[in-house]
Design a protein around this ligand. Structure first.
Ligand code: NAP
Length: 321
């Protein structure tokens, strides 16, 4: 049985997807938001802010706001204007013809679960993590993946950054504004980061390097108090105390759903037209971290969600027949 087409389907419910939902709902597009599933770490409802505690840089909250509380407000606002939110995970999309097909559950089913005249992709990205026990529980409690968001909490304290790429050094340099000392823990004796970033980090008196070291354990049950590192050549282990640890070993945009259907940038992020949310498929728009490898902030994601809804609305107007 064929399903009726929604004017717009939004896949993903972080700041980008829910801002797109608010704007699309207020434009009478009656958006359907597939918000993800709580069991999944990669596309849980609410996105990465659900793994954050205090958010102090989101405008409008002079006293800060908890990440999950902020996302609940986004949801409430979207629903107030009629956005329909369903707690499901898209398992397949077909962008080859309009209305586009979106499957939930069995991806082999002959008919899609939903059809949309337009699709707004806001599936976000995830920080790569070390995969150690207790990791999810400690995020927001001494363990972080965002120096811009959380650096402020570590004023005059000793912290560590894990990684050896540009992100790790950028985070380490930024964190020296707050911390008394920043130890970069890297698994090799050579950095992957660009020469210029290396020079800056080596010249910074607050940054120290711990070479050939793998983090093998987080210390602390409910609040991180340090890490155990293992020397990659000798296997020797040592416990190091830190008030905070920032994992900066790269990000992965959540694009698997669109493999082979939408072009990606060289680094794996979805390609959109410059200054627009348009993808290379007419009627398909992308916003937030799935297409942003540069700013990666909640507020920039929200801004791009607004752009995507306006782009979808104008596209529908222009293609009414
Ligand atoms: P990246 O270049 O892939 O570096 C990841 C780093 O994390 C590497 O040093 C890697 O170690 C380490 N790593 C990976 N998995 C690990 C694990 N399981 N345990 C311990 N260490 C692990 O990622 P990135 O630094 O996020 O940069 C991504 C891209 O963005 C790069 O092209 C980068 O140049 C660019 N970027 C540029 C700037 C800038 O120009 N200001 C800032 C940020 C990012 P190995 O070296 O041993 O593989």
């Amino acid at each position: 049985m064929s399903v009726d087409a929604h004017k717009t389907i939004i896949i993903g419910s972080g700041p980008a997807g829910l801002t797109a939902a608010i704007y699309a709902a207020r434009a009478n597009l009656e958006p359907l938001v597939l918000e993800g599933e709580p069991s999944s770490t990669s596309d849980q409802p609410g996105g990465q802010l659900m793994l954050t505690t205090d958010v102090e840089n989101y405008p409008g909250f002079p006293d800060g706001v908890m990440g999950p509380e902020l996302m609940q407000m986004f949801r409430d606002q979207a629903q107030r204007f009629g956005a329909e939110l369903v707690t499901v995970r898209a398992s397949r999309v077909d962008l080859s013809s309009r209305p586009f097909g979106v499957w939930v559950g069995d991806p082999e089913a002959s008919e899609p679960t939903y059809r949309g005249e337009t699709i707004i992709i806001s599936t976000g990205a995830q920080s790569l993590m070390l995969g150690l026990p207790n990791e999810n529980e400690l995020v927001g409690h001494g363990l972080s993946t965002c120096a811009t968001c959380d650096g402020f909490f570590f004023r005059d304290l000793e912290i560590a950054v894990v990684g050896g790429g540009d992100s790790a050094l950028e985070e380490a340099i930024f964190l020296t504004k707050f911390a008394s000392k920043v130890t970069v823990i890297h698994r090799r004796d050579e950095l992957r980061a660009s020469k210029i970033m290396q020079d800056r980090a080596f010249a910074n008196p607050k940054i120290e390097f711990r070479w050939n070291s793998r983090v093998v354990e987080y210390c602390g049950d409910t609040k991180l108090s340090g890490v155990v590192v293992e020397d990659t050549s000798t296997g020797e282990r040592e416990e190091l105390s830190f008030a905070g640890v920032f994992v900066a070993i790269g990000h992965k945009p959540n694009t698997w759903l669109f493999d082979g259907q939408l072009p990606l940038k060289d680094n794996g992020y979805l390609l959109t037209e410059p200054d627009s949310s348009r993808t290379l498929i007419d009627g398909v728009f992308a916003c937030g971290d799935v297409q942003d490898d540069y700013y990666r902030q909640a507020i920039t994601a929200a801004g791009s969600g607004c752009q995507a809804a306006i782009d979808a609305e104008r596209w529908l107007e222009a293609n009414e027949d």
